[in-house]
Design a protein around this ligand. Structure first.
Ligand SMILES: CNc1ncnc2c1ncn2[C@@H]1O[C@H](COP(=O)(O)O)[C@@H](O)[C@H]1O
Ligand SMILES: [Zn+2]
Length: 378
């Protein structure tokens, strides 16, 4: 390798490490899309030992690189076969939190679809109990799940950055849950999910998401549930424009949720409407490029929104499925759009304002960033 290539490699390494050290806020992460490959393979092996699947076939699918949008939803079918029993749901939740905390995510909203599965004796409520149990078993890091943590925790605002960033002592991470309505669900099932979110609001659940295969289902089916959530004052985020469904994109923009995911296939009028709405957008670069929502990283609509000073927050969507991490998404923004460290820091910090958690949490997170600014060289 010549000296120039060597220097470029060194520079990339330094920037990647800086992106890991940067405190980050993750607002769009699906639980089952964020499972480690090693865990999926282990679960597949167990089912194969019981003769329920053929390990080699499943391994090929899990490790495959191609991830078209429709392939993703076929993969989720497989993931759900592997993960949907109470103990495994608790396990993957624990691991997902640990993985995000390990790369200095200081606030994490995990979204997941509560599932009924009669064969496993699972109801939407028992599925969520397993998720919450998983959060409580995290050991590698201190999970701040309740607002009451803030009253008992006097140390967070005075915790040195070194503790939040990869030191031997326990790091802290705020975790909140969003309940996803899957586009395959009926109106009644969607309403059940909203009611469950309300029941679990003292257990870390703070919002509702609409997701699932964008070529399936009708907006009118979920609307009563989304309106019910709005009436109850539950914050809502909606997957918008993963495919060019004009009628639905219009309806979503008119609905005015608190946040939007993706916004890939908007036409000029919808784009204008989005920008004047100032609704924060969860940007998922790798996911959009892999699934064809954006033609390439270079041509991703992040640049347009960022330059227009539209509120945006970088997110992973499905870090397991797309083999990415939030630090990698920040690195991609630096390497693709030329943002420097000061701009990346600002981008990470701005996301604090779009979290669904309350003012006390925001205040603590602002403190985290204030301290980090002094310690992280920008
Ligand atoms: C790639 N872009 C995407 N677009 C739409 N929905 C997506 C998604 N990625 C994930 N999901 C939604 O999240 C579920 C998996 O996590 P949970 O079982 O809920 O934890 C998927 O089944 C799908 O409904
Ligand atoms: Zn998503």
């Amino acid at each position: 390798m010549d000296a120039e290539a060597e220097a470029a490699k060194e520079k990339e390494k330094e920037m990647r490490e800086w992106c890991v050290a940067l405190p980050k806020v993750e607002l769009h992460a699906h639980l089952n899309g964020s499972v480690r490959d090693s865990t999926l393979l282990e679960l597949a092996k167990q089912l194969s030992d019981k003769g329920l699947i053929v390990f080699e076939d499943v391994k090929g699918v899990i490790m495959k690189n191609g991830r078209s949008l429709q392939e993703c939803f076929r993969l989720f079918e497989l993931y759900h076969i592997l993960t949907t029993d109470h103990d495994t749901v608790a396990r993957i939740t624990k691991e997902v939190v640990e993985d995000f905390a390990a790369e200095n995510v200081v606030y994490l909203e995990i979204r997941t679809t509560p599932k009924n599965n009669e064969a496993k004796g699972m109801t939407k409520r028992s599925y969520m109990n397993a998720v919450i149990k998983g959060l409580k078993t995290v050991e590698a890091v201190e999970v701040m799940l309740f607002d009451s943590n803030l009253r008992t925790d006097k140390t967070l605002t005075s915790t040195p950055m070194s503790e939040l960033g990869g030191d031997t002592r326990k790091k802290k991470i705020y975790v909140r849950l969003l309940l996803s309505i899957d586009r395959r669900e009926t109106t009644l099932a969607a309403l059940d999910t909203v009611n469950l979110a309300m029941e679990l609001k003292d257990q870390g659940v703070i919002g509702i998401d609409l997701s699932g295969n964008p070529v399936v289902g009708e907006w009118e089916t979920y609307l009563p549930a989304l309106e019910h959530a709005k009436e109850l004052g539950i914050p809502i985020t909606i997957h918008c424009g993963e495919v060019a469904n004009r009628k639905e994109i219009q309806a979503v923009l008119d609905f005015c949720p608190q946040r939007l995911g993706h916004v890939c296939c908007l036409n000029d009028d919808e784009w204008k409407k989005l920008k004047s709405s100032m609704i924060p957008v969860e940007i998922c670069l790798t996911s959009n490029v892999m699934t064809g929502g954006a033609p390439s990283l270079e041509l991703h609509h992040f640049a347009d929104l960022y330059n227009a000073k539209h509120p945006v927050s970088l997110c992973t969507d499905d870090s397991g499925l797309f083999s990415t991490s939030l630090s990698n998404e920040y690195y991609l923004v630096a390497s693709t759009f030329g943002l420097g460290k000061a701009e990346l820091f600002q981008l990470a910090q701005d996301a604090v304002e779009f979290v669904f958690a309350g003012d006390e949490v925001k205040k603590s997170l602002r403190e985290v960033f204030k301290r980090a600014e002094k310690e992280l060289k920008t």
